[in-house]
Structure formats: C-alpha cells, structure tokens
Design a protein around this ligand. Structure first.
Ligand code: NAD
Length: 291
C-alpha cells in the first residue's frame, strides 16, 4: 500500500522511528509541539504539519508516539486533533504505551468517525528504535493490521497481533512489569555485592551467562556501573506504566504485590533519569553506590 504516513510525537522514540520510515522510502508528514525535532526530521526528508488535524488530513496512516493516555486523547480526540482532519478509511496507529482502557476509548471514537484504530506499543528502547529492531505488540482487527504491517516492519524486528484493540497495551504492561522488577532485583543484588566489598562489574560478568542473566541485566548493569543515567527510558514514564498496570489489575481483581512495591520506589524517584536509576532507591537506603 503506497500512501502518505503522518507521524505525531518526535521524542526519544518517535524521532528515530520516523527517520526509519523515511529510510524505508515512505513519504511522511510530521508534527510535535516542540519545533526542534520537527526541524530535524524535516531536514531528513519529511514535510511538516502545523497540527495533528493537518497531519491527519494529509495522510492515510497516522502514527502517534506520545508520553501517556491524556496526551493521546488530546492529540487524537481534542481540538485540532487527528479526528478533525482524518479521512474516512484512514488508519490511526497509536504506538505510545497507554492504559488499555484509554486505547479502547480512543478506538471507539475513531470507529464512530469511520477511522480504523490499532494500539501498537513497542519494546526495545531508544537503541532498538534507532536500529529499527523494536518489538511491536498490536491490538486491533486483522484487516487493518495487514494494511499497516509493511509500515510497522520498517520500525521493528517483530510485529505481533495480540488481540483486539487494547490487547497491545495489555501485552506492553506485562512487558513493563517484568522489566521494572528485573531492574529493582538487579539493584538489590548489586548493592549487596558492592557493600559486601565485591566488585559489581565482576559479579555482573560472573553471572550474566547463567540463569540470572537477562536482556535487562545486559542492557542496564553496565549503565549503572558507569553511573550513566541519561535516558533512554525515563523513570517518570515507567512510573506511568506501573500505575496503568496496577489500575488494570485492580479492575480485574488481580493482586500485583511486587509491582506495587516497585511502583512505590518509583514514586520516591520520579524524575527524567533512565529507568536504570531505579537501583538508586536501594543504594540510598544502603548508603553505597554500585560502581
Ligand atoms: P518523550 O517524552 O521523549 O517524547 C514524547 C514526544 O511527544 C515529545 O517530543 C513531546 O514534545 C511530544 N508531545 C507531547 N504531547 C504532544 C501533543 N499533544 N502533540 C504533539 N506532540 C506531543 O517520550 P518517549 O521516550 O519517546 O516515549 C514515547 C512513548 O513510548 C511513551 O508512551 C513511552 O512509555 C513509550 N516507550 C518509550 C521507550 C523508551 O525507551 N524511551 C521504550 C518503549 C516505549
């Protein structure tokens, strides 16, 4: 399907993702409330749209990559938003990580206007956004999924239809629980090792090939040991994901005691550091730095 793609939200993730669409030969119209990333993606070959409405009016597939549910609601349902400009039959693909309940609300509003909606959050962070190797988990109907698959494949290495609208974000919440709890466990383990006088680097290298080894450990332990907390993925955004996970779990009567504990650690840390900084909660209590 040869068509124009709209891209709204050019942050840490959206900027490299939109550039990969250009590299794959797609024609793009982009928008962000900040001018700097728009100028950068326009310099790489995109056109710019003055509002989400204008982007939608000029595109057949509209991708959004925004921080949280309220931002997605504003950009799609709000004044000068996507639905004011979208043509009947166009497809909105929200790649932000938001509450599955908000995804279903936005999907229903799109359907009322004859616009298809898919929720398609991603995993892999900035490095995989740059390499176009994200894992993309999609909720929506098969026909819309098939139409946007070539576009999603230009940004990701794996693209999976997980169920109806909302299922993509349920899958992403599962992912975020596992990642947050892994980082917290790594923080406790390496804080203990450091305070006991054993080098955290030696511990990391000794255990990474065993059962405790993981993608999270390989990505985050070297950052922590180098005291590099530049995002990456902001603690503030991971807090949002665990908050959404706890709300969804509560509505389904599912207890998540470990998630709730780590979410409380994030409340104490709310900032724009990379989420590897979750380890500082235990470090501060133990008065030692993993390095
Ligand atoms: P970010 O804060 O770097 O970027 C968000 C962008 O959206 C910013 O450029 C901001 O100016 C723009 N924006 C906000 N409201 C807008 C609006 N109404 N209209 C137009 N633009 C608007 O965030 P990010 O790290 O790129 O994350 C985006 C989403 O992807 C989040 O839901 C996050 O949880 C998810 N995610 C992030 C990572 C990561 O490693 N950073 C990994 C996987 C998923």
């Amino acid at each position: 399907m040869s068509c124009k793609i709209g891209f709204i939200g050019l942050g840490i993730m959206g900027k490299p993702m939109s550039k990969n669409l250009l590299k794959a030969g797609h024609s793009l119209v982009v928008h962000d409330i900040r001018p700097e990333p728009v100028e950068e993606v326009v310099a790489a070959g995109a056109e710019s749209g003055a509002s989400a409405k204008e982007v939608a009016a000029r595109a057949e597939i509209i991708v959004t990559m925004l921080p949280d549910g309220p931002d997605v609601e504003q950009a799609i349902l709000g004044p000068s938003g996507v639905l004011e400009g979208a043509k009947t039959g166009s497809i909105v693909v929200d790649m932000s990580s938001i509450s599955p309940i908000v995804a279903q609300k936005v999907g229903a509003a799109c359907a009322e206007r004859g616009v298809e909606f898919l929720d398609a959050p991603v995993s892999g962070g900035e490095p995989k956004a740059i390499d176009a190797t994200l894992a993309i988990m999609v909720g929506g109907n098969q026909e819309a999924f098939d139409k946007v698959l070539p576009v999603l494949k230009a940004m990701g290495a794996s693209v999976t239809l997980t169920g109806p609208v909302g299922a993509g974000n349920v899958t992403k919440l599962a992912n975020q629980i596992i990642v947050a709890l892994n980082i917290a466990a790594m923080g406790e383990a390496l804080t203990l090792a450091t305070k006991a006088g054993v080098s955290p680097e030696v511990v990391f290298n000794a255990i990474k090939g065993g059962l405790a080894g993981s993608t999270v450990l390989n990505a985050k332990a070297p950052m922590v040991i180098a005291r590099n907390f530049k995002p990456g993925f902001r603690i503030r955004l991971h807090h949002k994901d665990l908050r959404n996970a706890l709300a969804a779990a509560s509505s389904l009567n599912v207890p998540l005691p470990l998630t709730s504990l780590v979410q409380q650690e994030l409340v104490a840390l709310l900032n724009d550091w990379d989420h590897s900084g979750i380890v500082t909660f235990t470090e501060r209590a133990a008065q030692v730095e993993i390095k």
